[in-house]
Design a protein around this ligand. Structure first.
Ligand code: HEM
Length: 528
């Protein structure tokens, strides 16, 4: 009897111990810590803004949901409004669940903070299962800044960088031709999907080589009900990306991140299984790639980077290098229809620059288009820059973590704080841009009245920052800009299209990554 009694008592105590530990864990991460952080930043309320409806556990979710998500807007609108709404605060403190972050809005503060990268602020090495893996865990974008990282980045930038980007022009055009060949006049197409597929195929060919196309293996993707579907590489990436974003909003995963890390629970297990399969196929593609021009083989041939690391970096670039460009293209095609005068001006410039002996054929485009021809198109450069200012594909930087506490002007940032650059806020700063909400390509033309700030001064160099700045700036800037320009020229010459007036009139439309909007276009004429 007494043994039974002591067993029951031990069980009750054990249960109470775990229940209490759980309560303390939840209270610390979701109530005490966010509250203390908020309290810390409230001391600097002149400089840093907060949303008014902070609640334990969900943080700013209520505000985000009421003002943005439930109205079909997205996190990017929220970041843009920080430049306008919050009394033009220099920074913003926000939290969601156990994650909290400081967004730097102001260009002078951005300058100060950027000087601290990478010594005081650097990436946090991410080592997760699932989504982290397909994004290239340990790859260029997710590793801390070290000598080895710098070497990897230098070699990659050399192979895809400005001096080499022009050799990819025929690849850009080839994949555009393939995409447009499937268009039919009168058809309404989801251009967001088409552009994603084209830019994904382009980056695959650049990374793995032209011989890989026929060898692209189909991927086995496991559905929720356990059935297995055979999909292509791009579909698989999109599906995993969707599943893992969904899993990141699961309250259980938010409360216990270890569930994701150790693949506990049916959903997390499935995500890991699918990511493993994706990883296996990419490794197989790398192994089969014979094309000595491929970035993978060129980097490997230097003999300076470990094979596993080259593979991880290639995964990162596969991820980082396709959606940014496809989103920019959609935004540009949208703005052309919204601003017919800009379209007319751009068409005139393209026609004049590309005219050879009075005429050209789309088939010759790969021969005519080169770096020099692109450099001569000043209005194209202004237009493309304004697209990247008005609707940046990445509305914020990747995350940086404070290795030690530091001060930016008056603001004290504690150790371990996650800090992000709010690119949207800088690019809509009313002190830097005349009428920032308007789409005006001429603001990048030195002869235009829009070129200077409203006070008639030179703009701050960080006011335009779609690729960010400093040590961790985007290494794909040269190739990304060139690809964006070529794709835009190709689509302007290859098709006539229209966009629904209702969409054109909607001021909330944006094609940034994670935006809920897609670009539907009606194909009026195909010129190829
Ligand atoms: C219009 C096109 C593009 C835009 C607007 C863009 C923008 C960005 C931004 C904002 C970041 C974050 C930088 C930071 O956190 O400070 C980034 C990072 C990165 N981008 Fe791009 N990107 C573009 C195209 C590309 C392309 C084509 C590639 C590769 C071929 C690429 C590869 C990367 C990589 C590897 C990183 C991580 C850098 C690091 O952490 O050190 N991007 N990009």
């Amino acid at each position: 009897m007494s043994l039974m009694y002591s067993l029951v008592r031990t069980a009750i105590y054990t249960f109470l111990f775990f229940a209490l530990s759980l309560v303390i864990y939840l209270a610390f991460w979701f109530v005490i810590r966010p509250y203390k952080k908020r309290k810390h930043f409230q001391r600097y309320s002149e400089t840093i803004g907060f949303s008014s409806s902070f609640i334990p556990f969900l943080g700013d979710y209520k505000h985000l949901n009421e003002v943005y998500l439930s109205k079909g807007k997205f996190i990017g609108h929220f970041l843009r409004d920080l430049a306008v709404d919050f009394g033009k605060k220099k920074a913003f403190f926000g939290s969601l669940g156990m994650d909290d972050m400081v967004f730097i809005n102001d260009v002078d503060y951005l300058t100060e903070v950027s000087k601290l990268v990478p010594h005081v602020l650097d990436r946090e090495s991410i080592d997760t299962t699932g989504f982290g893996r397909i994004g290239g865990t340990g790859g260029l974008g997710q590793s801390k800044t070290t000598k080895y990282w710098a070497l990897r980045r230098q070699i990659f930038t050399k192979t895809i960088g400005v001096n080499h980007a022009s050799r990819f022009i025929p690849i850009f055009i080839k994949h555009c031709e393939k995409g447009v060949s499937e268009f039919e006049e009168g058809q309404v197409i989801n251009m967001s999907e088409v552009a994603n597929t084209i830019s994904f195929e382009i980056i695959c060919e650049i990374l793995y080589g032209c011989d890989i196309r026929d060898k692209l293996e189909k991927v086995r993707y496991t559905n929720k009900d356990g059935t297995v579907e055979i999909v292509n590489l791009y579909q698989c990436l999109m599906k995993i990306s969707h599943d893992c974003s969904f899993a990141s909003l699961n309250p259980l995963n938010i409360l216990f991140p270890l569930l994701v890390h150790y693949s506990i629970g049916a959903e997390n297990r499935r995500n890991t299984k699918n990511s493993d399969e994706f990883e296996r196929v990419i490794k197989d593609i790398c192994a089969k790639s014979q094309d000595s021009n491929s970035v993978y083989n060129q980097v490997l041939a230097t003999g300076e980077i470990d094979k596993e690391m080259v593979y991880k970096d290639v995964m990162t670039i596969l991820f980082a290098g396709h959606e940014t460009t496809s989103k920019s293209l959609c935004s540009a095609l949208f703005q052309l229809k919204k601003h017919p005068e800009a379209e007319k001006k751009l068409r005139k410039e393209i026609n004049e620059s590309l005219l050879q002996n009075g005429k050209y054929s789309l088939k010759d485009l790969a021969k005519i288009l080169n770096t020099e021809a692109l450099d001569k198109m000043d209005y194209l450069t202004c237009f493309v820059k304004e697209v990247l200012r008005h609707d940046p594909p990445a509305v914020r930087s990747l995350g940086y973590k404070a290795k030690a506490s530091f001060k930016v002007k008056d603001l004290l940032i504690p150790k371990n704080q996650i800090v992000l650059f709010n690119l949207y806020a800088a690019q809509y700063d009313e002190k830097q841009w005349i009428e920032p909400m308007k789409f005006i390509p001429e603001r990048f033309d030195p002869s235009s009245e829009y070129f200077l700030t409203p006070n008639g001064k030179q703009r701050h160099p960080f006011a335009f920052c779609p690729f960010t700045f400093g040590t961790r700036t985007c290494p794909g800037r040269a190739i990304g800009l060139m690809e964006f320009k070529i794709l835009l020229i190709y689509f302007m010459l290859a098709i006539d299209y229209e966009v629904d007036q209702e969409i054109l009139d909607n001021p909330d439309v944006t094609y940034s990554i994670m935006s809920p909007f897609t670009l539907d276009m009606k194909i009026k004429k195909v010129h190829v």
